[in-house]
Design a protein around this ligand. Structure first.
Ligand SMILES: [Zn+2]
Length: 296
């Protein structure tokens, strides 16, 4: 889904060609009888669908263009179908339309010049945000980009990992809004599986009776209430084994920007839990999984 902004200068020509075809056959604003994707996308960001969606074989993949003061999203239906097949989900094609709409809504199509990495990442983040709002899981939101992006960065487009991270950032931003507004069950936040993902090893340390560690709080997990976890003065989260007299560091608390969830608990595998002001701990789908309390 190369964003063909350079294509804009030819847009007039292509659109004129398209209108000829459309007027002589059936004008088609979206895949007829199917979901009104454009309306769904604009509704979740609180906007009116002031875009025209055009299926045309005159673009290779998809493009956001302005023509005669109107905003168009052009897409090649064969390309979108191929992306859906390769990504094994219709969310893949939807993410491409959301990405192109992100170019319009971020004002990229109002500026001269071609594609650039910063604009691409903004559009990617927008697509992640929108797809989470529409109900896609993290992996579904990343599925399209995972198949169409290049491994390596180019002068106009960032590399695949950077782009998937941008989608993940948008998805998580929407997710946090949703968690904050209503804590109902939500789609899985598990990212798309990538090869070569290194897993940080969990560090194990032996506790000695003289270690000058003080304890700030105790964490009790709902599904494992018998096990004791403590937050140390260094904000490490440790699991105590009373019999072995060992303490295993299993995670860390870090401060966040969110006033609702001032701390984030990150474990050795970079999974995240969100700690509310009252000490309730939520997973990424908004389920309360633990409680942080006084270390009594
Ligand atoms: Zn783009």
């Amino acid at each position: 889904m190369t964003h063909l902004r350079f294509f804009r200068r030819f847009a007039g020509l292509v659109l004129a060609g398209w209108f000829c075809i459309a007027n002589s056959s059936q004008a088609q604003s979206s895949s007829s009888g199917q979901r009104d994707i454009l309306r769904e996308i604009t509704e979740v960001v609180g906007l009116k669908p002031r875009f025209q969606l055009r299926a045309t074989s005159q673009v290779q993949n998809a493009a956001a263009v302005v023509y005669d003061g109107q905003r168009f999203l052009l897409y090649n239906p064969q390309f979108v179908a191929a992306v859906n097949r390769a990504g094994h989900t219709d969310w893949a094609g939807i993410s491409i339309l959301a990405h192109e709409m992100g170019h319009h809504l971020n004002g990229h199509t109002l500026r001269p010049g071609g594609s650039n990495p910063a604009d691409e990442l903004e559009a990617d983040e927008f697509s992640g945000f929108v797809l989470r709002k529409m109900g896609a899981s993290m992996a579904q939101a990343q599925a399209g980009m995972a198949v169409v992006s290049d491994d390596e960065a180019s002068p106009t487009h960032p590399g695949r990992r950077t782009r998937l991270t941008a989608i993940s950032d948008g998805w998580l931003r929407a997710n946090q809004q949703i968690i904050a507004s209503n804590r109902v069950s939500a789609p899985s936040a598990t990212p798309a599986v990538l090869a070569n993902r290194a897993t940080a090893p969990v560090r194990t340390v032996a506790a000695t009776t003289s270690s000058p560690v003080s304890v700030l709080g105790k964490i009790t997990f709902r599904d494992n209430p018998g096990e004791d976890y403590y937050v140390t003065n260094a904000l490490s989260v440790v699991r105590l084994d009373h019999d072995d007299r060992t303490a295993e560091v299993v995670g860390r608390l870090t401060r966040s920007e969110s006033p609702t969830y001032p701390y984030v608990l990150v474990d050795g595998r970079q999974r995240r839990l969100y700690v509310s002001r009252s000490g309730s701990i939520f997973d990424t789908s908004g389920r309360q999984v633990a409680l942080l309390s006084d270390p009594s």
